[in-house]
Structures are given as structure tokens and as C-alpha cells.
Design a binder for this molecule. Sequence first.
Ligand code: FAD
Length: 302
Amino acid sequence: MSWIKNFFLYLSENQMLNKGARRWGLKLGAQSVVAGTNIPEMIESIKKLNQHGISCTIDNLGEFVFEKEEATQAKEEILRVIEAIHEHEVDAHISLKPTQLGLDIDYDFCLANLKEIMEKAKSYDIFVNMDMEDYDHLQPSFDLLDELSKEYDNIGTVIQAYFFESVDNIQKYKDYRLRIVKGAYKESETVAYQDKADIDANFLKLIEYHLLNGKFTSIATHDHHVIDYVKKFVKENNISNDKFEFQMLYGFRKDLQIELANEGYKFCTYVPFGEDWYGYFMRRLAERPQNLSLVTKQVFNK
Ligand code: FAD
């Protein structure tokens, strides 16, 4: 199966296809895992999730940004999203990627964009999560976080269990609200576990650490084995439901999302929207080749 995973990860990094896909509209089944191409469509999707007691984290899709103009447009769109959260009074916060805001162009330019977003989010008391990307961007992203934390307390980030150094990072950032994930990118064996069993074991170790010592833990996974383990762990350790939440991606395991919310757990759905859906969708195919059924349904049910 690993060749399929590598194939889709390779496609996810293809910039030509990425640019082309913006002109296709939502295709290949992406519409079931992307909550629309614009803010009004996305807000409608969020209102439906909120009705189930599910909060949301909104991702304005975008990657491979190497032009200042494009990064500025992305920043403007995120500012509009913050305004829309406030105006429609939806239960939602922001997820963003530093590369979309210019990290590959110029560190200070990216920092300035992030500060503008943080300022606006803070004025409405909206939390901002900095998503973590591939290893090349890991340290620069933590540097941005350190810098922003001097002025803002409404920011958190992601710890990826496949990195060896995540054990150190979770301790260093224990006073932050953290999302813990397995990790979605193709990484070298010099920096990351390659074996699923090793990644899973580290994932549980990081979750346990942050639940016991950290501020607030977002456990982001579709893996019911992990979810069942966490349910047992919090019960045994008297960790109250307001100290953590489960997170899943929009369109995945919808019944389980609602079930967990109905059981009284905090639940947050990651809601991606926008025209730049290609890389995001390819990474989802890489993670779970069964997601290919989304593509085949789309191709054959015309
Ligand atoms: P997997 O390891 O993919 O699956 C484990 C098992 O769970 C499967 O064998 C199957 O039994 C079950 N399962 C999984 N999916 C399904 C399904 N759809 N239906 C039925 N059973 C299923 N990665 C990053 O690198 N950076 C980020 O910032 C980031 N943010 C994320 C935010 C959220 C909310 C989520 C959910 C993921 C995020 N990821 C991020 C991706 C993450 O790193 C993983 O790549 C992704 O979640 C796949 O791993 P998994 O834990 O969901 O389970």
C-alpha cells in the first residue's frame, strides 16, 4: 500500500496540477471533504455542524505560495473569515498555514501578515491555530509562534507524532493549547518515524503527556482505537471534558463526529474551504486509499 501513499503524496506536491485545479472548481469528489469554495458556503456548512453542538476550525485552503500578492490575498481572505465568524456568531476559530502567508517568501513579511490576523482575531476573542506543515517549515513555524506569543495569548499549534523531536516540543509548549496529530507529510527517516506502529505509540505518548500536564488538548484523529483509548485514559485519570476535545476533518466519519458530541465530549470539525483544494485532497487520498471511492463515485455517477 505504501506505493499508493507515496504516489498521492507526490501528486500533492505537484505545483502545476495544484494551480490547474483552481480552475476546475471542486472536482474528483473533493466537494464532500471541502466545505465550499467561498465564505457564504462555508458559513452555511458551519451553522449545520454547530446545530449538532460541534464547533469548527476554519482553514482557508492554500499552499505553494511564492508571490507576495498571493500571500496578501490569503491574509485578506482570512481577515474576512474572522469578520464572518463574528458577524454570524458561529462557534468557530481559525486554522492557518504559515506558507500560505508568505513563509517561503520572507520570514518578516509572513510575521507581519500573521500579526495582522492575530490582532483582528484577538479583538473578537477568536482563537488561532497554526497548522504544522513539513519538516523544512517546522522550526521557522515554531519561531513564528514564539514571536507571536510575546503579544498574543489566543494562539496555539500542532504537534506531529511522527517527528522524533515532538517529545521535546510537547514539553516546551505544554502551556499552549495544542492539537496533536500523527502527521500528514512525507518525511525522511532521519527526522521521523516511518513505521505506523511507532507513530501510533508516540501519538498516544504525546496525547497522555499533554492531557496530564498541558493546557488544552485537541486530539485530531479518525482512528477509533485512539479515541477509545483516550476515553478510557481521561476517565481513569479524572480529566474533565473541558480540558480536551476530539477533532476530525470535515466530511470524514460524520456519524462518529455527531456520536462523540452527543456523548458529551467537546468536538471540533476542521473545515477547509476555498479553490485551492488540490494538495489538501491528495493528502487525504494518501492517508486512506479507501477515500478513492469519493473519486470513483464522482467519475461514474455523472
Ligand atoms: P489513520 O492512521 O489514517 O487511520 C487509523 C485507522 O483509523 C484506520 O486504519 C481505520 O481503522 C480508522 N480510520 C481512519 N480514517 C477512517 C475513516 N475515514 N473511516 C473509517 N475509519 C477510519 N497533519 C499535519 O501534518 N499537520 C496538521 O496541522 C494537521 N492537522 C490536522 C487536523 C485535523 C482535525 C485532523 C483530523 C488531522 C490533521 N492532520 C494534520 C492530519 C494527520 O496528521 C493525519 O495524517 C490524519 O489525521 C490521518 O491519521 P488518523 O489519525 O486520522 O488515522
